[in-house]
Design a protein around this ligand. Structure first.
Ligand code: PLP
Length: 381
């Protein structure tokens, strides 16, 4: 991945001037900082950033500049990066399963907040982490829908086990807290409603007052046509339901968005290598590159097509199958994409809302995957 020092006006200027043959992610720091301020102003508690969604150093630096003071980290590498780029920021080690080497590394790096979802992992923390001022957040899960895909398949204790773990962490001398993740790109606010009420139930069951409740990530970004997600409505629901569920005496609230913070701060420029016999689109990027998560979460359909001169293509939309560049037959977008009738070989397909899980999961499979990240003042098309 390269880094250009030029600051562009917008994506169409990049197309017009450079006609890039490799995929280019266009980052607008102004959009990221505005979204961060929106979270800080609207969320009723501490806003932290889930580093895995986009660990680009420019992203971290702009979040710090916008006032983000905490990070959800999942590995020693992320811990070291945050220590370097945001010294003094809180680090929440919220990957609930770790090797002993990783625990030792994090203890040394000054991590104070840890999540767990099992007795075996809590026992490791009790053995290895000094308790003084250290917080353990028990991660629980519910069998509820509402997200593009469910994180509960991998992590999270049942409510019953969560109550045991909360009690055990408190008895061991840690600050007891709770956390959950409603699943990524969660567009049904009732998912948070169910989780918040369950959190209060776990505290009652355990007979432990949780110090903090971390509502995870899952906040949606603007991936599909139509209105952008109403983040303020989700913040208001979290505020109201958490107050109700804990009878007016709720824990301090924390959230750890990845996608919701960074998703709309990047636009992705891809190029059509071929329109095979006028039908299928062969793109210079696919599911082993910047479009890796589309088969998991669904297509981003906020797309526009530009000619090499930077002009918007028009014409009645045609639904097209879109393949990535590798020779693997699964390298294909999960649904057909509606593209303007005028679309031609050599045109650029621009995907909006591509900041999360795009640069971080790019691979060099089959020799493709050269990706560049450039900076722009605006992402307006
Ligand atoms: C991935 C992850 C997040 C961020 O999820 P988004 O859906 O991108 O907001 C937050 N917390 C934890 C523990 C995660 O693993």
């Amino acid at each position: 991945m390269g880094l250009s020092k030029t600051i562009w006006a917008n994506p169409s200027e990049i197309i017009r001037t450079r006609q890039p043959d490799h995929p280019v992610l266009v980052f607008a720091p102004a959009v990221l900082q505005a979204t961060a301020r929106r979270f800080i102003a609207g969320f009723p508690g501490l806003v932290t950033y889930a580093v895995k969604s986009n660990p680009d150093e420019m992203v971290i630096e702009n979040l710090v500049a916008a006032g983000i003071r905490g990070f959800d980290v999942a590995s020693p590498y992320e811990i070291d990066m945050i220590r370097r780029l945001a010294p003094g920021a809180a680090m929440h080690y919220h990957n609930p399963v770790r090797g002993r080497d990783e625990i030792a590394h994090a203890v040394k790096a000054g991590v104070r907040t840890w999540s767990v979802d099992s007795h075996s992992e809590l026992d490791k923390l009790i053995a290895m982490v000094p308790t003084e001022g250290r917080e353990i957040s028990v991660r629980f899960k519910l069998p509820v829908q509402g997200a593009a895909y469910n994180f509960g398949a991998k992590f999270g204790a049942t409510c019953e086990v969560a109550a045991e773990l909360l009690r055990k962490a408190a008895n061991a001398g840690f600050i007891p807290s709770l956390t959950f993740h409603p699943g990524t790109q969660c567009t049904d606010p009732m998912t948070w409603d169910a989780y918040l009420r369950a959190a209060a139930g776990i505290c009652r069951e355990a007979g432990v007052k949780a110090h903090r409740l971390n509502v995870g990530g899952g906040f949606p970004n603007h991936r599909t046509q139509g209105d952008a997600p109403d983040l303020e409505a989700i913040f208001a629901l979290i505020d109201r339901v958490s107050t109700e569920a804990f009878d007016g005496d709720r824990p301090e609230m924390v959230c750890e968005p990845g996608r919701g913070l960074v998703g709309d701060a990047f636009t992705h420029i891809t190029r059509i290598r071929a329109l095979r016999d006028g039908g299928h689109v062969f793109l210079n990027d696919g599911i082993y590159g910047g479009l890796a998560e589309l088969p998991l979460v669904g297509n981003i359909d906020r797309v526009a097509v530009f000619s090499p001169e930077g002009l918007r293509r028009e014409g009645t939309a045609v639904e097209r199958i879109v393949f990535g560049p590798t020779c693997d037959s699964v390298d294909r977008l999960p649904q057909e994409l509606a593209l303007p009738g005028e679309t031609q070989e050599g045109d650029f397909i621009v995907f909006q809302g591509m900041g999360a899980y795009s640069s971080a999961t790019n691979t060099r499979f089959n020799g493709f995957g050269k990706m560049e990240i450039v900076t722009a003042l605006s992402l307006k098309l």
